[in-house]
Design a protein around this ligand. Structure first.
Ligand code: GLY
Length: 389
């Protein structure tokens, strides 16, 4: 799959928007609890911010072995303040969101005599910002951290909004805390060496942003030449803006932020199920796409979405993403895995469902039998579908 993909090139430009320093090509978006700094000069802003943070006692950079190899040189080239920072490497992938890895990082910080005034820089995708944010929320009851996402998933979703956490006993994000970063710095040039699978992983969240809030963004994302880094950067900017706007209105997910859970209720169950057979484990975005197919069907089945909109969404998602093949017993297991989901309330599953392309409603109670029906429907769709992309 990655081999057939055109490498990213920075072709289209982006409009310069000043943020007090006219010469910097960045845009600053307010996510309520923290700013999101986006654009080619985002890392220069990070350097200015931490360079003037005279109270910082030390800097630690958390990354996985890939991001430290491929992205750390670029980070240090733009952020000289970090050249003396200590680096902490974890293995790439979801298994690093574990208590054992947390213990290793806490131990490293203690051995380095890191105090409450140290700063953590999270250099990586969603796994690193979830894990590093959780470390920052808990180490000595909380230290300052900065998110520097290096994947599309990190840039449009995980680095924004202060959700941090790790997985426990096979359940995703079971333990965590809301803890806002000082800021998220989005530097699209990190994406220049990203493979197609990783890219499409994050695009799934961009598709979701369009579906729940902005029909034009849905159209733009599904028709744009995503292999062009300039085009992708502009779409990432808009997706980050959508996410920041939602988080700003409802930072602690009491109400409106739940729209961002569209596709994730069943998606998390499918993702956890895929980990049980490592040879077919899905990336988060791939599982969310399968979840979005099921939840778009539930939106139609419960009468909130019309058939035409349903068909448009489902056809696009099935054409663009790999499907998840299930045995007849798998829906039952997926539902069992979903029972620990934080979104459940008073014994029932709570869903965010579409009311139109670009609109969603939250807190829809759905029974286990309806989820079973949605998963059976997905199974039959997958059997009969041959992918175009
Ligand atoms: N990833 C969904 C949220 O941040 O609310």
């Amino acid at each position: 799959m990655a081999g057939s993909f055109v490498p990213l090139v920075y072709a289209a430009g982006r409009p310069k928007v000043g943020m007090g320093t006219a010469s910097l090509d960045v845009r600053k978006v307010d996510a309520g609890g923290h700013p999101v700094v986006i654009g080619p000069d985002a890392l220069r802003v990070l350097d200015q911010e931490i360079g003037s943070a005279s109270t910082a006692s030390a800097f630690f950079i958390l990354g996985d072995t890939n991001t430290l190899r491929h992205c750390l040189p670029e980070l240090l080239a733009h952020v000289p303040t970090l050249r003396e920072a200590s680096t902490i490497a974890v293995p790439p992938g979801e298994p690093s969101k574990s208590l054992a890895v947390c213990q290793d990082i806490w131990r490293h910080l203690m051995d380095s005599e890191a105090d409450r005034k140290c700063h953590l820089i999270n250099l990586g995708g969603g796994v690193i910002s979830d894990l590093g944010g959780f470390i920052a929320a808990t180490y000595k009851r909380g230290i300052t951290f900065h998110n520097v996402p290096t994947s599309v998933m990190g840039m449009v979703d995980a680095s924004i909004g202060g959700k941090t956490g790790i997985d426990l006993f096979g359940v995703k994000n079971m333990v965590g805390a809301f803890h806002d970063p000082a800021a998220a710095y989005i530097h699209p040039m990190f994406l220049k060496s990203l493979g197609k699978r990783e890219l499409m992983n994050g695009v799934a969240e961009m598709v979701k942003h369009g579906l729940v809030q902005d029909a034009k963004h849905w159209d733009a994302v599904r028709t744009a030449p995503l292999q062009d880094l300039g085009t992708l950067a502009l779409l990432i900017e808009h997706s980050a803006e959508i996410k920041a706007g939602i988080v700003k209105r409802d930072p602690r997910e009491h109400d409106q932020r739940k729209v961002l859970n569209f596709g994730h209720t069943i998606g998390h169950g499918i993702e956890a199920h895929s980990w049980e057979s490592p040879h077919r484990s899905l990336l988060h975005g791939e599982a969310v796409v399968a979840g979005m197919v099921c939840e778009t069907w539930l939106s139609w089945r419960t009468g909130s979405l019309d058939r035409g909109a349903h068909d448009q969404v489902v056809e696009h998602l099935l054409d663009l993403y790999p499907t998840y093949r299930m045995e007849s017993s798998d829906p039952h297991r997926i539902i069992a895995l979903m029972r620990n989901d934080k979104k459940n309330s008073e014994g029932s599953f709570r869903f965010s469902l579409l009311t139109d392309i670009g609109e969603a409603k939250v807190d829809v109670a759905i029974s286990a039998a309806q989820i079973q029906e949605a998963l059976e429907h997905y199974r039959s769709l997958v059997k009969g579908h041959s992918r175009k992309a």
